[in-house]
Ligand binder design. Structure first.
Ligand SMILES: *Cc1c(COP(=O)(O)O)cnc(C)c1O
Length: 458
C-alpha cells in the first residue's frame, strides 16, 4: 500500500463499554486496595494494561468457531482441528492440550525434570521458574548481556549467551541437564526477540551434547515477525514459514494460548517423542482431563485453532508490533525513559531513570504505577523491587536489578486513540516527577508479595 498510516486490520463488531471513575473514586479505590493495583476492580480502571494474557479480543471467526465447538468427552472434532492447526505450524506429531501454559510446564517438567537438575533458558518466565524449582531443580537464566540493560539497542536482546550455555553444560554435566529451553519472545526480559541464528546456535550446542531443545513458545508469532523485519535473509519469508523453521530447530514446546493463541484461555505441550508424550498424557488424565480436551471446553479448542491461524497474518503482526512501538516511541520522544528498542507485547517505563530521588526500598516503579492510575485510570504493573527485591529483616530490601512499570498491550483491544490517551497520561505524570514520593509496605505475605502487599505513601 502506498500510504504510511498503519491501520488496525479489523473493524469493530461488538463493543464493551469503558467505565470512567473520577479522581475521588480512583483515590478511594487506591485507599481500599492499599495502593496495590492488583486489588482494583476492573470497573475502577479506564485503560487496563496489567497484562496481555488472555485479555485480547477474539475475531468473529473465533466466535463462530465456538458455536461449532464439539463437546464430546473423547475424540471431539474440535480436538482434531486444534491438533491439525498446531501440527501445521510446529511440525510436531504429539499435541497435548492443557488449560493454560503453566499446566503444560508442570506436566512436561514432572515427566522429565529430576531433583538436582539444572534447566538453562534465556530467561525463565516466573511460572516456568516456579515449575522448575517445584521439581527441586535449578532454573538458570543465560540471556546475553545486552538483554539486561534497558537502554542498549540490539535487534535480538532475547538471545541466549552461547558461551554461558557451553560453560553451564561443562560445569553441571549433561546428566543433570534434562533439556535446554528458549523463551520466544523473552517475556521477562521485556518481550525481546530471539534470532533464528541464535536458535540455530543453541540447537548446535544441544546436538553436540545430545540434549533436547524446548521452546517456551507463548509469543512465537511476534518473534517470527521480528525475524522477518530484522534478520538478514528473512525479509521475504512469511511469518508462518519462519515459525515453522523456529519450531523445526526444537524438539518440543510449551505454549500459553492466552498469548499468541489469541484466545482467553488454553495452552498445550507438543513434541515428537512418543514416550515422553505418553508420560505427559498419563499426568494429564490425572490433573487436567482426557487427552482430547485437557482441561478445555471443545469451544476453547476451536477458538485456539482459529487464533493460531489469524496470529500469523502479516497485516495483524505489522499492526501488533507497530502499535506497541508507537506508544514507546511517543513517550520516548517526550523524554520519558523507556526500555529500548520496544519489545513485542509491552512498553516498559524506566522508573529508576524517571524518579532518581526515590530509593529502591521506597519502590519507585510502584510509585509511578500508582500515579498513572491516580491521574488517568491507567493500570500497569510494577516490575521492580516489590516483585523481585528481597525483604531483609530490620533493614531496607535488597533491590531488584531494574525498576520498571510494564504497560502490556492486550491484542486487538484498544485503538490508537486509547493509546494516545495512555501516552498523554504517562507524559503528564512524568512532567511532575519531582513531586512523586515513595511508598512503604505495611503488610506482606511471605512469597509473591506483589499480588497482595499493602502500601502507604511515605
Ligand atoms: C504467560 C506465560 C507463561 C505461562 O502461561 P499461563 O497461560 O499464564 O499459565 C509461560 N511462559 C511465558 C513466556 C509466558 O508469557
Amino acid at each position: 500500500m502506498p500510504y504510511r498510516t498503519i491501520i488496525e486490520p479489523f473493524r469493530i463488531h461488538s463493543v464493551e463499554a469503558i467505565d470512567f471513575p473520577d479522581l475521588p473514586q480512583r483515590q478511594a479505590a487506591l485507599d481500599r486496595a492499599g495502593y496495590n493495583l492488583f486489588g482494583l476492580h476492573a470497573d475502577e480502571v479506564i485503560i487496563d494494561l496489567l497484562t496481555d494474557s488472555g485479555t485480547g479480543a477474539m475475531s468473529s471467526e473465533q466466535w463462530a468457531g465456538m458455536m461449532r465447538g464439539d463437546e464430546s468427552y473423547a475424540g471431539s472434532r474440535s480436538f482434531y482441528r486444534f491438533e491439525a492447526a498446531i501440527q501445521k505450524i510446529t511440525g510436531y506429531s504429539e499435541i497435548i492440550p492443557t488449560h493454560q501454559g503453566r499446566a503444560a510446564e508442570r506436566i512436561l517438567f514432572a515427566a522429565i525434570v529430576s531433583a538436582g537438575d539444572v534447566v538453562p533458558n534465556n530467561t525463565h518466565f516466573d511460572t516456568t521458574r516456579a515449575n522448575v524449582e517445584y521439581q527441586d531443580a535449578e532454573a538458570r537464566d543465560l540471556v546475553i548481556a545486552e538483554g539486561r540493560d534497558p537502554s542498549v539497542l540490539h535487534p535480538f536482546k532475547g538471545n541466549m549467551d552461547i558461551d554461558a550455555l557451553e560453560a553451564t553444560i561443562a560445569e553441571v554435566g549433561v546428566d543433570r541437564i534434562p533439556f535446554v529451553m528458549v523463551t520466544v519472545t523473552n517475556n521477562s526480559g521485556g518481550g525481546q526477540p530471539v534470532s533464528m541464528e541464535n536458535l540455530r546456535a543453541v540447537r548446535a550446542v544441544c546436538d553436540r551434547h545430545d540434549l533436547p531443545l524446548i521452546l517456551d513458545a507463548c509469543r512465537f508469532a511476534e518473534n517470527a515477525w521480528f525475524i522477518n523485519q530484522r534478520e538478514p535473509g528473512y525479509e521475504d519469508v512469511s511469518p508462518l514459514e519462519i515459525a515453522q523453521e523456529m519450531f523445526s530447530l526444537a524438539h518440543g514446546c510449551t505454549m500459553s494460548a492466552k498469548k499468541d493463541g489469541l484466545a482467553n484461555i488454553g495452552g498445550f505441550v507438543a513434541m515428537n517423542n512418543p514416550e515422553v508424550a505418553q508420560q505427559c498424557r498419563n499426568l494429564l488424565i490425572l490433573t487436567e482431563g482426557f487427552p482430547t480436551y485437557g482441561g478445555l471446553a471443545g469451544y476453547d479448542l476451536e477458538a485456539i485453532a482459529q487464533g493460531l491461524e489469524e496470529v500469523l497474518h502479516p497485516e495483524y503482526l505489522r499492526y501488533r508490533i507497530r502499535s506497541t512501538a508507537y506508544l514507546a516511541d511517543k513517550v520516548h520522544a517526550a523524554g520519558v525513559p523507556v526500555m529500548r528498542p520496544p519489545g513485542g507485547h509491552a512498553v516498559y517505563l524506566d522508573a529508576k531513570g524517571l524518579l532518581p530521588h526515590i530509593p529502591a526500598h521506597a519502590y519507585p516503579a510502584q510509585a509511578l504505577a500508582v500515579e498513572l492510575y491516580r491521574n488517568g485510570g491507567v493500570r500497569g504493573v510494577e516490575i521492580g523491587t516489590v516483585m523481585f527485591g528481597k525483604p531483609v529483616a530490620d533493614g531496607p530490601d535488597e533491590p531488584a536489578p531494574m525498576e520498571l512499570v510494564r504497560l502490556a498491550i492486550p491484542r486487538r483491544t484498544y485503538t490508537q486513540s486509547h493509546i494516545d490517551y495512555v501516552a498523554e497520561v504517562v507524559i503528564d505524570v512524568a512532567a511532575e516527577a519531582e513531586s512523586i514520593g515513595g511508598y512503604r509496605i505495611v503488610e506482606q505475605p511471605p512469597w509473591l508479595r506483589h499480588f497482595t502487599a499493602r502500601f502507604e505513601p511515605i
